[in-house]
Design a binder for this molecule. Structure first.
Ligand code: ATP
Length: 242
């Protein structure tokens, strides 16, 4: 469902994503790991069609994001890194607006909003304006907009960032459940999430893949049965210049 072919991105003289290739099939949840500045968000922005690659392409359900970005985007639900929301809208109005942008109307729109509100546990705040929500609820509102059109592919940039332990648990379970019928690519710094939600994980460092496997394969590769040790051994310790 997601096929990434030799994706690269240069900013000036700096190559921040360097010839990445990987696939995510239906029923797979791929954890996308890497230190700060490794190129995770840039890769996700290219796969979702929001940033043009310098080289390479990504196919979403067989559709090239470079050649047919609008069609490719119709198959994707995207939670960007800093959730873009309209503070003056209520949660329901924001979801109505997003659903309309996705071409939903009438009964289909109402049902899509009800389902997303229920899935993301937003019932209690549905009529509250977004500007008054806590960080966790803002985050879940943005996750809800990604689910409205029941996309085959979900691309989630740090979906548990800033959530309390209870919410993290709920969102991890949600990702696992949604992953049974969709292809999910999600980035995280939290290595425990690999075991909690992922069928496979890719570790990138300085824009390149340095490990790719199931959680068990990656732990075996570490020599100490520890994802933390593998991550520390394979990635540069310094935070990349930003
Ligand atoms: N628009 C841009 N112009 C120039 N450099 C950029 C731009 N966007 C990203 N970069 C650089 O590309 C590199 C990769 O950034 P990116 O945000 O993809 O990393 P990341 O792995 O998502 O990091 P983090 O985990 O901190 O979110 C960084 O060095 C960043 O400064």
């Amino acid at each position: 469902m997601i096929e990434v072919h030799n994706l690269s991105k240069d900013y000036g003289a700096k190559t921040v994503v360097n010839n990445l290739s990987f696939t995510v099939k239906k029923g797979e949840v791929l954890g996308f790991l890497g230190p700060n500045g490794a190129g995770k968000s840039t890769t996700m922005r290219m796969v979702t069609g929001f940033v043009s690659p310098t080289k390479g392409d990504a196919e979403i359900c067989g559709v090239s994001v470079v050649d047919h970005p609008k069609e490719a985007k119709s198959h994707i639900g995207y939670l960007p890194e800093s959730a873009p929301l309209y503070d003056d809208m209520t949660v329901t109005d924001f979801l109505k607006f997003c659903a309309s942008m996705r071409g939903l109307a009438g009964k289909a729109r109402r049902e899509a909003i009800d389902a997303a509100v229920e899935t993301c546990f937003l019932e209690n705040v549905a009529r509250q304006s977004i500007g008054t929500l806590s960080k966790g609820y803002r985050h879940r509102t943005c996750l809800a907009q990604a689910l409205l059109h029941d996309p085959d592919v979900l691309i989630l940039d740090e979906p548990t960032d800033g959530l309390d332990p209870n919410q993290k648990h709920e969102v991890r379970n949600l990702i696992k459940r949604l992953g049974e019928t969709k292809a999910i690519l999600f980035s995280t710094h939290i290595l425990e999430e690999v075991d909690a939600s992922c069928s496979r994980a890719v570790i990138i460092d300085q824009g390149q893949i340095v490990a790719d496997g199931t959680p068990a394969e990656l732990r075996a590769q570490s020599g100490t049965d520890s994802l933390h040790d593998l991550f520390r051994n394979l990635t540069t310790k310094e935070t990349a210049a930003s």
